[in-house]
Design a protein. Sequence first.
Length: 429
Amino acid sequence: MRYDPIDPGFFTANRKNYISKLEGKSLAIFHSNDEFPRNGDQNFPFRQQSDLFYLSGIDQEETILLMAPGHPNIDFREILFVKETSEQIAIWEGQKLTKEKAAQVSGIKAIHWTKDFDLFLKDLMVWASKIYLNSNEYPKYNNPVPYKDLRFANELKEQYPTHDFQRSAPLMMELRKIKSDIEINLIKKAGEITAKAFERVLKALKPGMPEYHVQAEIEYAFAINGANGNAYRPIIASGANTCVLHYVDNDSICNDGDLLLMDFGAEYANYAADITRTIPVNGRFTKRQKECYESVLRVHDKAIQLLVPGTTIDAFNKEVNKMMEEEMIGLGLFSKNDVEKQDAKKPLYMKYFMHGTSHPIGLDVHDVGSKYNPLQAGMVLTCEPGLYIREENIGIRIENNILVTKDRPVNLTEQIPVEVEEIERMMRR
Ligand code: GLY
Ligand code: MN
Ligand code: MN
């Protein structure tokens, strides 16, 4: 692993919290992600399923976690299955986890090879009445390819149609939405690496540079500082591309006089940072770019203060939209009078600001959580207002990662330069 070992007590506590939510003779099963096929004999790089990682710390394919906390046999209450390793596998693929190492990482005592999972499952299914299965319930997830937990759920239900099947997803959301100190530190570490990448870009950027060179600077800093890589596909967008919200081609030239919008974040120990900075390609904002930038920055700074316990992301978004609307009037994009006459279903601000301002981050860049539930201390969210004026090739977003606390919100990525003067000064060096 590229990251420092995580205290196994963290994963043990997560499992304890999870099983405290189970009822009756319960059996819970979590699978690791598949290895996703590329072509020929190649797979895409493996990324662990986030819930399995949260409960076990195991970062290896073909892992299964099984929990039956009420089982009379103590050895069956918590079992981890890992891919069998052998001399032959070690020669070709390097050292996989041994049983001892898997126990050390996860804090689980009963470790078996994955090939023996079916035997244990059959035995446990006779004892269990409630079966908790995992599923990806992210509201915008619509990939038609079935993932491992989903295929397993369908197979198990077919084999055991009369068991009582339950969802793990809502329980996992309750747990994962509040970050422990260990998790906050890992997110901070991802933010620190992301800060280093931004500093590299400020030094390296010059007119005429392709966007993918900027991406290379970022990825170099990620790799050299021990990140797994990008927490998501980075958006490196210059000129007109700054107004394309999910631009990821990153293959245009950064031209003199244009803005460069970079939405990027390191993943460290599977935890994400997610920041956006917008800078002038030649090191100096034009007057118009600066006034637009400062509008977004004012809203960003005020919005952070609204991320407090009790509010919801939905309510927060509405407040920020109002603030952005005010700024747009100030920038001459439309008038107060236009707003009074607007169609309430198609407010004018939506032409220039069409996305939400916050989402939870953690093990996933768009982490578990509902935008309708009240915020609580311990949540980590982004604050990311934007302004996209296509007719002027001005797209600006400023994004930071904010910890909700009982008191004032804490900006975990505060060290990453954001003020106009600071960015211009650092680009002059
Ligand atoms: N980087 C994705 C987002 O900002 O939500
Ligand atoms: Mn982002
Ligand atoms: Mn974001």
